[in-house]
Write a protein that binds this ligand. Structure first.
Ligand SMILES: [Zn+2]
Length: 269
């Protein structure tokens, strides 16, 4: 063997060892993908508010923010809505499934089988969205309604499942551990905390929650529905545009990453 070849082999061996050490993290717990683990937030929006979400396109772009939109009743999507979705997808946003007909899974299972749930709510939704060019990698449970049996089964269809978690008078966002993804707590089932005005989480509390993500190197998961200047009288499920902008501005100023369902899915693989 020539000296040059032997030196090249030594360098290759060294690189391979370094990669192995980085990926295995010495103790064998940290996976290779966690090398890319950066603190951040994940913004998710549920239902089918395409035109409304599209109206926030410039706002998202202003802060280089990416979101995940979980779509239900995709059989009702119009051509106009599909083109708006394509534009959002080109901007880097991601679409997931929120069920074929927004059925409450636990309620459904009281009178029907899990097989029926998959046949009615899951496979037609994946098929239709895929046909329209939006293959869903993630799923958000309507009403946050799920069981561990559902989780287990649905993970055969999706790489990430999003449920919900609520704040209480004692446990506010910054202490709501379930809403955080951390290197030591990576699961394919993630929990979003609501930021619609009606959930009663103040901007200050949301910011404190983001501060924790930055401090601990975690990812905070949010969910929301409609984006509007202001909710109409007694209208629920609306995130005020000004609140959303403050969240985007704050996250971006803190140098945190905006994660989509695809990125989280890759991270927890
Ligand atoms: Zn919903």
């Amino acid at each position: 063997m020539s000296r040059r070849l032997s030196r090249t082999l030594n360098v290759l061996l060294l690189v391979a060892m370094m990669l192995f050490i980085t990926c295995s993290g010495f103790i064998g717990v940290t996976s290779c993908s966690s090398r890319n683990f950066e603190p951040g937030i994940m913004l998710t929006f549920d239902d089918k508010e395409i035109e409304n979400w599209y109206s926030a396109r410039d706002l998202f772009n202003k802060y280089h923010a990416k979101a995940t939109f979980f779509i239900t009743r995709s059989y009702l999507l119009t051509e106009d809505e599909l083109s708006m979705m394509r534009a959002l997808q080109e901007d880097g946003h991601v679409f997931g499934s929120h069920g074929y007909d927004h059925k409450n899974a636990i309620e459904f299972l009281k009178s029907s089988s899990l097989d029926d749930y998959i046949k009615e709510e899951i496979t037609p939704s994946i098929q239709l969205m895929t046909e329209k060019g939006f293959e869903p990698m993630g799923f958000a449970y309507p009403y946050g309604s799920h069981t561990s049996e559902l989780d287990h089964t649905l993970l055969k269809y999706f790489s990430i499942l999003r449920a919900t978690v609520v704040t209480t008078s004692e446990v506010r966002i910054k202490n709501l551990n379930k809403a955080y993804i951390s290197k030591n707590n990576m699961s394919k089932i993630i929990y979003g905390v609501g930021i619609d005005d009606s959930y009663g989480n103040t901007l200050k509390e949301i910011m404190e929650g983001i501060d924790r993500a930055k401090k601990n190197g975690e990812i905070l998961v949010f969910y929301s529905h409609v984006i509007k200047e202001k909710p109409d009288h007694d209208e629920k499920y609306v995130t005020s545009k000004s609140i959303l902008e403050e969240i985007l501005k704050y996250t971006s100023a803190k140098g945190l990453k905006f994660y989509t369902a695809s990125e989280i899915g890759n991270l927890v693989e």
